[in-house]
Design a protein. Structure first.
Length: 313
């Protein structure tokens, strides 16, 4: 994943994701959960421009309405900065990078926007610095940064196991139409997982969990068939209940979407973005209009789309 010569600026793009299925195993001794998820990359993108520099810096803009950048860190805690530093340390590169990121994926919205930033940064810096890592090497670095980063590099549709970073591509025919209801607030992923653990403790004996969950075979069959109606019947997210407990208003959003033509709705990842699956493009347009009329901030997206890639300006 490298180019001849040393460009002064590199533009890359990586997609956000929807978890069309997410099963969470029991809390393990290391503080993590085993996951089984079906990811789909969708057409909301993070655009990263990497400029040669001596230090590591990042700044953010957004061309997407409703994206609040006020809580996005720009110091060394930012995942894109971590990605650049990790690549430099791994390859022995002794320079830096100035990153300019245009965000279109909701911040703390359960759609992997920060992970997309990291994935696009890894690719951009690999090209900018001419470090020449292979795709598999970039995937391994991505896994060190977060469970969703390797998928943002891969894109398409995939099954994730382990912590979500052990990926197997999944065949998906056709194009799925999504309408995304964005929230004007974020949810902390650790808080949602903590609430899940507490929810399970409160309902011991009523809820059965497994240490090694699996993706429902019906999900893979529906994706393979390119059948949104079949997929709607099997969409599922173990994190939806705790997200609804933390933000009860999400229940009203789910109900509103399904009353206005969505085949199904699901909280994406740890939320609070709600992803509605539409039967076709016309249905997606009608749903977008209805939810907008209800004063929700909504965008349409399609999936699956490519993972992180170089953009020619």
């Amino acid at each position: 994943m490298t180019s001849v010569g040393s460009p002064t600026v590199v533009h890359t793009r990586a997609p956000g994701k929807i978890n069309v299925f997410l099963a969470v195993g029991d809390l393990q001794d290391d503080g993590y959960h085993e996951l089984a998820t079906a990811y789909q990359a969708v057409s909301l993108y993070e655009d990263v421009r990497a400029h040669a520099a001596n230090d590591f810096t990042v700044r953010f803009t957004s061309s997407q309405a409703g994206i609040d950048l006020s809580g996005v860190p720009t110091d060394d805690s930012n995942l894109a900065i971590k990605a650049a530093r990790l690549l430099a340390e791994t390859t022995g590169y002794d320079g830096g990078v100035s990153l300019s990121i245009d965000k279109n994926v909701p911040v703390a919205g359960g759609m992997g926007g920060g992970s997309a930033d990291a994935a696009a940064t890894l690719l951009a810096c690999d090209i900018l610095w001419n470090t020449g890592l292979s795709r598999d090497e970039l995937l391994r670095l991505g896994a060190k940064l977060g469970a969703d980063v390797p998928f943002a590099l891969m894109g398409g549709t995939a099954v994730g196991t382990g912590r979500g970073d052990e990926l197997s591509p999944a065949l998906a025919q056709g194009t799925f139409q999504w309408v995304l209801a964005l929230a004007d607030y974020g949810l902390s992923t650790p808080e949602v997982y903590s609430e899940l653990d507490q929810h399970r403790l409160r309902h011991q004996g009523e809820i059965t969990t497994v240490r090694q969950p699996r993706v429902d075979s019906g999900v893979l069959q529906a994706l393979r068939a390119g059948d949104p109606a079949r997929l709607a019947d099997v969409m599922y997210n173990d994190l939806q209940a705790p997200a609804l407990h933390l933000e009860p208003g999400l229940g009203e959003v789910l109900e509103l979407g399904e009353q206005n033509g969505a085949l199904a709705g699901v909280v994406s990842g740890s939320g609070p973005t709600v992803a509605f699956l539409a039967p076709d493009l016309d249905g997606a347009l009608e749903l977008q209009i209805a939810l907008s009329a209800a004063r929700l901030d909504v965008v349409r997206a399609t999936g699956p789309v490519h993972g992180a890639r170089l953009i020619a300006d």
